[in-house]
Structures are given as structure tokens and as C-alpha cells.
Design a protein around this ligand. Structure first.
Ligand code: CO
Length: 466
């Protein structure tokens, strides 16, 4: 596969200069390069030495000792992300604290305590959407889903290797990547398991716990197509294995078309380096696709003529269609979805009167075209206002003015994206794919969410099937 060269001399000079970034390696070197650099575990390659290296690494951590691992304590009473300061009797009668007391990195107000909710197995954490403003998720509240915890990677040692069906295997450092032209895009990311437990019944009490595995950030990185232009692609290149440097050696197969369109190698999030829990120092980002395929702590991309059928795309992240008994594999795109964040589960409205219903809508297929609101359990629907700018593959804030009479009500939101696709009901999803009777995971669950408001103003998760 050949990429067209730039038509002008200046463009050719730039192409030529870019082609010298990164370290050219042989295919044989590619097979060990990332392992040597990471002291971590074997992924799709079975290399005997690596298990031993893993144990050496573990011993080192133990030798450092627990005290050194603990973060510096903030004020005893302050919530996470904040520092406790005294409250003056009259703030106009004394100077406030000096700049620099925060060591040069700011913290939020000690009066704000929103935190991610961590599930009991500590494998996922959920965004406090009920108190979110606008569309950007603060980096410290971005949802998490890890398969073996958060590795601590030294950016000076971490490498990304691209090899397989390429003309020139290349090894890139973070510094190498930063020399390429970069782009920034505001994109949502959603776990394909979000709201899965809500298919058959109202399962979780709050919007944080029903829908909190979705977030939006501004991501900065290098288009993967730029790197593949440097490595070249051989005939037959059609899939790419993406491999992480975490303890799970998370791996997924990615179609080459996605790699050559909007795929990014990301190192920036909301104006700073991506957080460790988002894949520091670099991650794959595949806009609009289920979160787990955007491999974090990315260390290797192997180009192939076929998918790899890795653990995370056979035993996990496939969709059992109970109607037929067959499973769907490689279901990547996240369909249109929306949820009302205010009012939402476990809130209490103080009394009848005006409320602004608000929430978020998103689609992996492009822009949100409209969001409709029902306040009568789905009998009638009215258009909500969409907050500009409405960006493709990003969360869109919607707002709807509402006067609550004080009578019980069920409020719902329904999103339609620019392809004309409308968010389904639970019944429609079940009719299409079959019910989920036995315990199991229902991925890509994007049904319309309902919140019931009782006469006393209480708000609870309600489900059309009870
Ligand atoms: Co899927």
C-alpha cells in the first residue's frame, strides 16, 4: 500500500524530515523491543524471560516500601482534590493566601466533594454526572475501566513499536511522537458495558451509577495515519493489533480503515499530559468506538492481514444475541444515547415550580441532531434546546424548561443523531436482541432512561418493565 507524496517541494521536504523521526528497527527487533523497554509481561508474544522480569519488578516496588508510595496528605477534613484552609470571619479584613501555596498546581474548593464512584471489585469508576456542568469531564473525574490496575510508566523509557506488514518497522519514543504535527479534538469515550445492568430492570439508584462510564475530554495527539505513512503498509494489511503495557497486556484488533481515518495516538488531555489512569504516557484513541479498544499505555501496533481474536474480543466484549443464541463480535461503534442528569435518581425536588431539566446526549456516529423530552412517561415529546457548539462524537448538553405541578411524573430524554438514528426503548432493544434472563453482560445498551418523580419530590430510577 502506497501513500501519495506531497505535490510541492516544501511538502516533500517536510515528508522527508518526518520520515527520519523514530528509530528504524528490524521485524526481529520489533518482537522484543517493547518488552526490553518495559520490563513488563508478554502479550501476544510468548517470551520465557518476561515472567521473571515481572517478579523482579514486583520486588522492587516492595523494597521501596509502603510509606514512600503514599501521597502527601492534604488537610484531614478536605475532600479529594481539595486542600483545607481556615475560613476567615470577614474575608475583606485580611489578605487571602498567597499564590504558590498550592505548589504551583491548583486544587478545587474544599467545599466541593464530587468524586468518582468506584465499584466493589475496584475495576471501574463512574463520573458524578448528576452535578456536571457543560460537556467537558474534569480529567480527575473521567471514568476509568482497567483490567489490571494502573501501571506507572516512565515516559523516558516507554516506547511504541509499529511492525508486522509494514515496509519499515519503527520504534517511537514519546519525544519522537511530539515532533509530528498534532491535532486536538473534543471526543466522548464510553465503555460498551455502560447501563448494561439496566436492560431488564431498574438496577442502579443514581445517574452516576447507571450512566457514569462515559466522559468527554479534549484529546491531543498524532494521527495514526501519519505514523503508518512513515512505516508504510504492505499488501494485505487489513487489521492492526493494539497492545497495552498494563498488567493485563490489554489487546484488541483494529480494522486498518479506522487506523487510516480518525485514529489518534494521544498524549494530551484537557490541555495537559493524559492522566495515568487514561494511559499515560500514550494511548490509542478511536473516536466513537467502545472505550476498551482505545488501548491505554499503548506499546505495540502489529499490522496483519487478519484479526487476532484476542481474549478481550472473544471471551469479553462480544454481544450475546439471546434470540438466536449467537454472539456478535467486533461491534465497535457506540450508538446514540442520552440521559437526564438533573433531576435524576436520589435527588429531591424541594417543591412544585420551575426546574430546568438538563442532561447529555452523544453518538459515536457523528453529531446529535435533536433531543426530545417527555415529562409524561413517553406519551408526548418536545424538543430540548442544544447547547452550542454541537460537536461530532462529543457530548452535547441539552436543556428543557419545565414547571412541575407537584403531581407524580416520569421524565425521559430521547436522542437522534445526524444519521437519523433514534435512541430505542428497552422493549425495542429486547425485541431486536432478545432478553437477558441469566446473569451476563449486555453490551451496547443505549435505551431511553426514565426518572420517576414522586409527589414528595423524590426522584428514582424507573423502568418500563418494572
Ligand atoms: Co462492542
Amino acid at each position: 500500500m502506497d501513500f501519495a507524496n506531497s505535490p510541492c517541494p516544501e511538502g516533500r521536504a517536510i515528508d522527508d524530515a518526518l520520515s527520519r523521526i523514530g528509530e528504524s528497527i528490524t521485524e526481529a527487533q520489533a518482537k522484543v523491543a517493547s518488552l526490553e523497554d518495559c520490563e513488563c509481561k508478554e502479550g501476544m508474544f510468548a517470551l520465557a524471560a518476561t515472567r521473571r522480569q515481572l517478579f523482579v519488578g514486583t520486588g522492587l516496588v516492595a523494597a521501596v516500601g509502603m510509606t514512600a508510595m503514599l501521597p502527601r496528605q492534604a488537610g484531614a477534613k478536605s475532600p479529594a482534590g481539595a486542600v483545607e484552609y481556615p475560613i476567615p470571619a470577614d474575608s475583606t479584613k485580611e489578605p487571602g493566601r498567597m499564590m504558590g501555596e498550592d505548589s504551583g498546581y491548583g486544587s478545587r474548593s474544599q467545599f466541593e466533594g464530587e468524586i468518582r464512584w468506584v465499584n466493589p471489585t475496584r475495576t471501574a469508576s463512574f463520573v458524578p454526572m448528576q452535578n456536571s456542568y457543560g460537556t467537558i469531564t474534569p480529567s480527575g473525574l473521567h471514568y476509568e475501566r482497567h483490567h489490571a490496575g494502573i501501571p506507572n510508566l516512565d515516559p523516558a523509557r516507554h516506547r511504541l513499536v509499529i511492525h508486522g506488514l509494514v515496509d519499515r518497522p519503527i520504534k517511537y519514543s514519546l519525544a519522537d511522537l511530539k515532533r509530528f504535527p498534532t491535532i486536538s479534538r473534543t471526543y466522548f469515550m464510553e465503555c460498551s458495558g455502560t447501563t448494561g445492568p439496566e436492560l431488564m430492570k431498574a438496577s442502579q439508584p443514581t445517574v452516576q451509577r447507571t450512566h457514569g462510564l462515559v466522559s468527554t475530554s479534549e484529546w491531543t495527539g498524532v494521527p495514526l495515519s501519519t505514523l503508518l505513512k512513515q512505516t508504510g503498509l504492505k499488501a494485505g494489511a487489513s487489521w492492526v493489533l493494539a497492545e497495552g503495557a498494563d498488567g493485563a497486556v490489554m489487546t484488541r484488533s483494529v480494522p486498518i480503515d479506522k487506523c487510516l481515518s480518525d485514529a489518534l495516538i494521544v498524549f494530551g488531555q484537557n490541555g495537559e499530559a493524559i492522566r495515568p489512569e487514561q494511559g499515560y504516557p500514550m494511548r490509542l484513541f478511536l473516536p466513537g468506538w467502545e472505550g476498551n479498544i482505545s488501548i491505554k499505555w499503548l506499546r505495540r501496533l502489529e499490522v496483519s492481514d487478519k484479526p487476532f481474536y484476542t481474549r478481550e474480543e472473544t471471551s469479553k466484549y462480544t454481544d450475546l444475541i439471546t434470540k438466536t443464541g449467537k454472539a456478535r463480535i467486533f461491534t465497535f461503534t457506540m450508538d446514540a444515547k442520552s440521559v437526564i442528569t438533573f433531576p435524576s435518581g436520589e435527588m429531591k425536588l424541594p417543591g412544585a415550580g420551575f426546574y430546568e431539566i438538563t442532561g447529555l446526549a452523544w453518538s459515536g456516529r457523528g453529531k446529535i441532531a435533536r433531543v426530545e423530552i417527555s415529562t409524561d412517561g413517553g406519551q408526548t415529546w418536545s424538543l430540548a434546546a442544544l447547547q452550542d457548539p454541537v460537536l461530532p462524537i462529543s457530548q452535547t448538553r441539552f436543556r428543557f424548561p419545565w414547571i412541575w405541578t407537584g403531581a407524580p411524573a416520569t421524565i425521559q430524554s430521547r436522542a437522534t443523531d445526524e444519521t437519523g438514528y433514534t435512541q430505542p426503548t428497552h422493549q425495542q432493544l429486547i425485541a431486536e436482541r432478545g432478553p437477558l434472563e441469566a446473569p451476563g453482560m449486555f453490551y451496547h445498551m443505549n435505551a431511553i432512561q426514565g426518572w420517576g418523580i414522586t409527589a414528595d419530590g423524590g426522584v428514582k430510577n424507573v423502568h418500563p418493565l418494572g
